[in-house]
Design a binder for this molecule. Structure first.
Ligand SMILES: Cc1cc2nc3c(=O)[nH]c(=O)nc-3n(C[C@H](O)[C@H](O)[C@H](O)COP(=O)(O)OP(=O)(O)OC[C@H]3O[C@@H](n4cnc5c(N)ncnc54)[C@H](O)[C@@H]3O)c2cc1C
Length: 464
């Protein structure tokens, strides 16, 4: 029996920020587009995210007097990524960030807060309510005659005799059908934080982290492209993110980065073990090595006062309301309540405060709040707080090698024609670690690039 066939210009697989940016942009360019999503709802990890986009030189930064440039952004990416990032991808991002930022605003992105976060040396994380933005993008997509199919799982790519990808076989309710794509198939199926098998292969030590991320993120796009010989990058850098309560729920984003506001991190033995100003991915790796995989964010009333209500990662009050933060008048009482070695904690904070006062000799080498910026302050004003947190396997940030035009490149460096990859399933962009806001950012930027490239390709084939 032959399977049913459907014809489109572009077939987009996965409905997170990357897939939706590509699908909406392609539909706006007049292409006939279908968006296929394997689960029963749109959004993937994107919908669970904190909603931070990293851009430089924006209106919000200007309004707050923040000096930031593409050059500084590039330097931060290279230093956070250990210099192993693919420069061509970074250049493509920086060349297109401004246009994408304005397009997102046209789609209703309201960048309500600007924060400095992991890997940044200037406040560059622009926060929006991500579920609203995704809904708006989908609204535009539908308006532009885009079609969406939920519960449709892409299972294998189809190639012509010449080797170009021409379509994809999709399974839905036990039936397979073929979706042909005249201008290309765009893989936007996310990472593999939910694939025990792939994690066991590439980062077995990370299996100790709390599993998280979109439930559909099992590496399907990666495997489909592998079958065609696609190359990969950054696979050895998979790291969980530090800062979530051991009982963090799936429907609710709970991640606290009080360490960038001045908290220190100690283990159950009351000892510090890492420079807390580093990327929360670096912290994630170190926390996994601690007893019970636990790190406690320890802070005082001064840090507590910096809480930013309603803004993910910075809303201490919200996490207190969940009952996940210990509070006490003295450090010894705090340690007692939280199950930390009390004498060691008191001594650790004493040493920290002394080194802050002398500006010298911090035992873990910390000199600032976050990635080179921000004055350290002593933890000396009660009440004191402890947030017990683990590393969360939110994202994998590695995968398919692509050109700056989002075309998938095979293991020999040749483009696999007709196949694009965007978003978290691509490698090379982040390198060894991740700067906050660059994943949603790269999903949107490369989503637009892939759509544009596919549209141009179609136009040139029609003109011929
Ligand atoms: C808690 C949390 C907070 C985060 N906060 C931020 C942040 O503030 N800023 C930032 O930049 N990044 C953040 N991230 C990371 C970021 O959200 C993701 O890396 C990004 O959203 C990935 O986007 P994507 O479109 O590539 O994939 P996703 O949004 O994960 O979408 C992939 C989609 O593809 C679908 N899919 C999978 N396989 C198939 C298949 N075979 N067929 C069809 N569909 C398929 C999945 O079901 C899913 O819906 C966060 C992540 C988490 C989990």
């Amino acid at each position: 029996m032959t399977m049913p066939e459907y014809d489109y210009d572009v077939v987009v697989l996965g409905s997170g920020i990357a897939g939706q940016s590509a699908a909406t942009s392609a539909a706006q360019a007049g292409l006939k587009v279908v968006l296929l999503e394997k689960t029963g709802k749109l959004g993937g990890s994107s919908a669970m995210s904190g909603g931070f986009f990293a851009f430089s030189g924006t209106e919000e930064q200007a309004a707050e007097g923040v000096e930031d440039t593409a050059e500084l952004f590039l330097q931060d990416m290279l230093s956070t990524g250990g210099g192993v990032n693919d420069r061509a991808l970074l250049d493509a991002y920086l060349a297109r960030q401004d246009e994408t930022y304005h397009w997102l605003k046209d789609q209703g992105a309201n960048f309500r807060a600007l924060e400095i976060s992991s890997g940044q040396s200037a406040p560059r994380s622009h926060n929006t309510v991500i579920t609203e933005l995704l809904a708006n993008l989908h609204g535009t997509f539908i308006e532009k005659s885009g079609e969406t199919r939920l519960g449709h799982r892409a299972v294998r790519l189809v190639r012509s005799n010449e080797g170009s990808v021409t379509g994809v076989v999709v399974e839905s309710e036990g039936t397979e059908s073929l979706f042909n794509a005249r201008a290309g198939v765009i893989l936007a199926t996310g990472g593999f934080s939910r694939s025990t098998d792939l994690l066991r292969t590439f980062a077995p030590e990370q299996l100790a982290a709390i599993p998280y991320g979109g439930v559909g993120n099992t590496g399907d796009g990666l495997k489909m492209a592998w079958k065609l010989g696609a190359g990969v990058a950054d696979m050895s850098y998979i790291t969980a993110t530090y800062g979530s309560h051991p009982e963090t729920g799936e429907e609710f984003h709970e991640l606290l980065t009080a360490y960038y506001m001045g908290a220190i991190i100690v283990n159950k033995d009351g000892r510090r073990f890492v420079d807390e100003s580093k990327s929360y991915k670096t912290l994630g790796r170190e926390v996994l090595k601690q007893p019970e995989g636990l790190g406690f964010e320890i802070f005082d009333a001064k840090v507590r006062a910096k809480s930013h209500p309603g803004i993910p990662l910075n809303d201490i009050g919200m996490i207190e309301d969940l009952g996940h933060i210990f509070k006490a008048d003295t450090l010894a009482e705090l340690a007692e309540a939280a199950g930390i070695d009390a004498a060691a904690l008191v001594a650790t904070v004493g040493r920290y405060n002394a080194s802050v006062a002398s500006r010298d000799g911090d035992e873990v080498g910390r000199t600032n709040l976050c990635n080179g910026v921000g004055e350290l302050l002593p933890l000396d004003q009660g009440p004191f707080y402890a947030y017990p947190a683990k590393s969360l396997m939110t994202t994998t940030y590695c995968g398919l090698t692509i050109t700056p035009k989002a075309e998938v490149v095979d293991v020999d460096g040749d483009v696999i024609r007709g196949l694009y990859a965007i978003g978290e399933l691509t490698g090379g962009f982040h390198g060894a670690a991740y700067m906050t806001g660059t994943s949603l950012g790269k999903g949107a930027v490369f989503g637009r690039i892939a759509a544009e490239h596919a549209a141009a390709k179609l136009a040139s084939s029609v003109a011929r």
